[in-house]
Design a protein. Structure first.
Length: 113
């Protein structure tokens, strides 16, 4: 089945429900330097973007994830998984600006725009 061409792309951020660390906290999601929403355990947030190059990052307080730069494809959805980058005993991660959270690219799928 072919996806309809809409002139837009989308980004889906997913946060797994079973992770203990940060379970009561929301992660702020940033696309191209602008905060686009928050995500809590077990949630998915979808954001529409124009096709082309984009930078994404998850933030919590003064720290967050490493930045991802990717090319959004028209009519497709880029999927990113956001989760803690370790466990509660790894306190030293709080001192780095991009070490507390892990954002991983889960692929590009047609549709969902």
């Amino acid at each position: 089945m072919m996806a309809a061409v809409t002139g837009l792309s989308s980004i889906a951020f997913y946060r797994p429900p079973a992770v203990w660390r940060d379970r009561l906290r929301a992660y702020r999601l940033v696309v191209d330097g602008y905060e686009v929403g928050e995500i809590r355990r077990g949630q998915v947030l979808r954001v529409q973007v124009s096709p082309g190059r984009h930078e994404v990052q998850a933030r919590i307080d003064w720290t967050g994830s490493k930045r991802w730069v990717f090319d959004a494809v028209e009519g497709c959805e880029a999927r990113f998984r956001v989760e803690p980058a370790g466990n509660s005993l790894m306190f030293w991660q709080a001192f780095g600006s991009e070490d507390w959270l892990r954002m991983s690219f889960d692929g590009m799928t047609p549709g969902s725009v």
